[in-house]
Design a protein around this ligand. Sequence first.
Ligand code: SAH
Length: 229
Amino acid sequence: MWRATILTLFPEMFPGPLGLSLAGDALARGVWRIETKQIREHGLGRHRAVDDTPAGGGPGMVMRADVLAAAIDAAAPEGDSRPRLLMSPRGAPLTQQRVRDLAQGPGAVILCARFEGVDERIVAARGLEEVSIGDYILSGGEIAALALMDACVRLLPGVMGEELSGEEESFEGGLLEYPQYTRPRDFEGREIPQVLLSGDHAKIAKWRREEALELTRARRPDLIARKPD
Ligand code: SAH
């Protein structure tokens, strides 16, 4: 069973939206599991402090490496083979390829930071892989962790209704998805493209390929540059 362990100061944020819809049904059916660990349980002193002022000065607070190490060691002892992820705007941008790899593995241990982030030394000391969900700053890693888990869980066997629908989507072929339409045929004077109503499957497939390519060229030329073949 795919298993996520979340280290956070806000365990109440989980499963949150992942308790509903596809992911929620799968959670109820035991396809995957989520457990949260309160980092503060490893905090120091009477106030269970988890952060301190930045060495060298500057604004904000930094999460302490010793506190995080204790939390990680308790949550994922040696022998736990799951990758250890640190949600971080400085991490490698999350891709569908990485999501697929994670979904095929045993799960993930996910560290959600707050404040100005974590003491740099924890990354090497506990072999953390830094993962970003995009070039913008969130107030904490929790929403990033939810996004990552959502992307993984929908790929687990038996989660998506139609197994095939995952294979045609944006990014799966290295391209953005072609445009989709449904009833009504005429919406405020805008028609569904004729070819989609033709019943000619070869022609439809060709049209979709071309549209996907054109859309990707216009919006995300970087994806085409990255395409392996
Ligand atoms: N001072 C840091 C930002 C801290 S934001 C910097 O400039 O790099 C607080 C925490 O939110 C981060 O440590 C990280 O855990 C999470 N976070 C913020 N933006 C994120 C993003 N784009 N992807 C993943 N996690 C993010």
